[in-house]
Design a protein around this ligand. Structure first.
Ligand code: HEM
Length: 228
């Protein structure tokens, strides 16, 4: 247990300034795709031509545009990044990981449900083309990953079980990205969203490599410290 205070509240001026910049960037990254979505949605809402699009497709899209960015934040907040821990304590990062993680999960879940409802309303049945199936598989894996961490006490899951199950989230993100690149309207029509999501995906890959590195280095360190 650390007594170190959160530098965003108590640190020096420069540390508070860095915290402020991080908050601002995090907010802008969430708002950018919403702005692009509004540009696409406005003409439709001002001249609606079919109820299903307005009720299911457009809301489902904006839910996931925000949910996907929040999901990216979960990797940043969950992995121990020294530069970030100089500004916010590990406890603060983990608290935000849990809160934003739940919000992101609910938005992505709503996206899946709204898109299923949209297909059902428009085509009269659920559609199972390969890229939709990738989305469905990603959603099922995400539900398992989130439930394992959210309800591990109720489910009586020991850490060595729920933690690896929670790592399924690492599979969900690239699946979600592939699915979005092939189906998403905002990804196809807005270069801003396209560049943003592609950049998040590249950063995700960097974080995965870093995560593997700290796992390997940590394992080697523990083995070296073991009595022979
Ligand atoms: C039941 C599961 C899912 C179904 C049926 C589904 C269906 C769809 C459909 C039909 C689209 C295209 C919407 C449009 O532009 O008209 C779409 C877009 C998208 N989906 Fe999914 N999806 C599911 C799960 C997921 C999951 C789990 C993720 C992320 C982890 C995800 C991320 C995205 C993203 C980012 C877009 C792009 C939105 C845009 O560009 O407007 N989806 N999905």
């Amino acid at each position: 247990m650390t007594n170190r205070k959160d530098m965003s509240n108590t640190g020096t001026g420069p540390q508070r300034a860095v915290a402020g910049v991080i908050y601002a960037v995090a907010l802008v990254l969430v708002l950018l795709p919403v702005y692009e979505w509004v540009a696409n949605a406005m003409p439709f809402y001002s001249d609606p031509y079919d109820l299903a699009t307005g009720l299911f497709n457009l809301p489902g899209r904006v839910f996931v545009l925000v949910g996907f960015v929040l999901m990216f934040y979960q990797f940043v907040l969950g992995i121990r990044i020294p530069a970030l821990e100089r500004v916010f304590t590990r406890a603060t990062n983990l608290r935000r990981h849990q809160t934003l993680g739940k919000i992101g999960f609910l938005l992505i879940l709503l996206h899946g449900l709204f898109m299923l409802a949209y297909d059902r309303a428009l085509a009269g049945r659920f559609l199972f083309d390969p890229y939709r199936v990738i989305g469905i598989v990603a959603l099922v894996l995400l539900i398992i990953a989130v439930m394992a961490a959210w309800h591990y006490r109720a489910l009586k899951l020991p850490r060595k079980v729920w933690k690896p199950v929670h790592m399924l989230a690492y599979v969900v993100f690239p699946l979600g990205f592939l699915h979005a690149r092939t189906l998403g309207t905002e990804l196809a029509t807005s270069w801003v969203v396209n560049v943003l999501f592609s950049t998040l995906f590249v950063l995700y890959c960097v974080l995965v490599v870093y995560r593997i590195y700290i796992a390997v280095a940590g394992g080697a360190g523990r083995r070296a410290g073991q009595p022979r």
